[in-house]
Design a protein. Structure first.
Length: 432
């Protein structure tokens, strides 16, 4: 057997099959990590329920131990919620920013203007925050620094009127971004203002800006803003800090949206398109999650298991024994075979093989201990006189020795059977 297949088998053997205890342990770790990352408790429970169920019912892919298998499911379930980054087209559009005060709307407005400018689109920014003193100056100064067109009315308190005027004045610009006011808390005045502004134009995007540190309230906020204006995407700010942004998960899940950008700094350069893999790894504090998933795909595509080499190489008694030993540790052979990339091999093996018992393995070991290395490497050397010698040495009957040799021959034939004909075609299919 190829060394890599052996080690894959060994790995499976060591980890055992999907094991309830291991799964419960990993699921608990995941729950802890998610709650620490501010993921909504209800969401954590729902997620971990699904993860547990899948982990217990789905067989791990070949070469993957239980822990890795569970992590892979965790990853898939999180990807399921988070999805891909919100698509943001590089074409003319209007954008409305919503979110509570201090979440980072104004900073992100400037960042977005810069983002589109660098992609060759002409941005203009409209200040609709008539609530916070200094809001006008904050945004106009940011825009001046970036050389971005700014529209605002310093002394007008009517935000809706300002946006109406602003959209008219900036009609020639490609991307128009409206920065709105937030309040410290959700209240009807704020929500009404957001609704009225949203009604002024068919905004391409209504981005909900969330501070990464927002915890359990994320869900409530997301729902309120979504009901008011219909969120098209979430922007999580301040991910350069210690917060992991788990609150955004509930926001995304509750509004059925996705994350468009993340803020990673106070300056206008601190904006990145959302990358689900990086976000999930960070959320769970497991930098290796993506690598793990890649590994799984690699194992599944069989690059790791050198079947060609195994088929062309000699199948010695030692190989056979190692294989039996590994398989024996893992559970019913039929089930294991169906999990392995060599699944097709199962068809070539008679039912006798499946009846392999622990006793038989021990008996084989004892018989093989009376063989020379040369005999184990090349069983063809073993004629009737050697059979008698081995039987005497091991305290077994010559029939027992012959049975072992017969079994080996059958396994070898099964391996060779994969070399040509339909077996090989199946294998090629499996290797895709
Ligand atoms: P607004 O009230 O929603 O408009 O929030 P602001 O844009 O005024 O931002 C509030 C504070 O958060 C400011 O001090 C910003 O510099 C800071 N801030 C915004 N985004 C980020 C970010 O991605 N990283 C860091 N470190 N600070 C940010
Ligand atoms: Mg602001």
């Amino acid at each position: 057997l190829g060394a890599s297949l052996k080690s894959a088998l060994q790995k499976l053997a060591n980890a055992g099959k999907v094991d309830k205890e291991v799964i419960d342990e990993v699921v608990k770790d995941i729950q802890r990590a998610m709650i620490q990352a501010d993921v909504n408790v209800k969401l954590v429970m729902r997620l971990s329920g699904r993860i547990r169920e899948r982990a217990l019912t789905e067989a791990p892919p070949p070469g993957m131990d239980s822990r890795e298998h569970v992590l892979r499911i965790v990853y898939a379930e999180l990807v399921n919620i988070i999805g891909k980054a919100t698509p943001v087209a590089l074409e003319p559009q209007t954008i409305m920013m919503v979110g509570l005060q201090g979440s980072g709307k104004t900073t992100t407005t400037a960042k977005l203007a810069r983002y589109f400018a660098r992609k060759g689109l002409k941005p203009a920014v409209i200040c609709a925050d008539t609530y916070r003193p200094g809001a006008y100056d904050q945004l106009s100064q940011l825009c001046a620094k970036l050389g971005v067109t700014f529209y605002g009315e310093r002394d007008n308190k009517d935000a809706v009127a300002i946006v109406r005027n602003g959209l008219r004045e900036t009609a020639k610009y490609d991307v128009r971004i409206v920065d709105t006011a937030g309040r410290h808390a959700l209240e009807t005045g704020l929500i009404k203002e957001m609704k009225d502004i949203a009604a002024l134009a068919n905004f391409t995007h209504r981005f909900l800006v969330l501070d990464a540190a927002i915890g359990q309230q994320a869900s409530e906020q997301a729902k309120a803003f979504n009901d008011a204006v219909g969120i098209t995407g979430v922007i999580i700010t301040k991910l350069d800090g210690t917060a992991k942004g788990g609150g955004a998960l509930s926001a995304v899940s509750d509004t059925n949206t996705s994350i468009a950008f993340i803020g990673v700094g106070e300056t206008p350069e601190g904006l990145e398109r959302f990358d689900p893999d990086g976000f999930i790894s960070r959320l769970l504090g497991m930098g290796d999650l993506k690598a793990l998933v890649e590994k799984a795909n690699e194992v599944l595509s069989q690059k790791d298991v050198n079947v060609e080499k195994m088929m062309s190489g000699r199948f010695t008694l030692n190989d056979m024994y190692a294989q039996l030993e590994a398989i024996n540790k893992m559970g019913p052979l039929k089930q294991i075979m169906s999990m392995l990339p060599l699944g097709g091999l199962g068809a070539n093996i008679t039912d006798d093989v499946y009846k392999m018992t622990q006793d038989k393995l021990l008996s084989y070991r004892i018989i093989m201990d009376s063989m020379t290395e040369a005999e184990k490497e090349d069983p063809k050397l073993i004629g009737s006189s050697r059979i008698m010698r081995i039987a005497r040495g091991s305290g077994r009957s010559p029939e027992d020795v012959r049975e072992l040799l017969k079994y080996h021959k059958m396994m070898q034939k099964a391996m060779k059977g994969m070399k040509g004909g339909p077996g090989r075609a199946n294998l090629k299919k499996l290797m895709k």
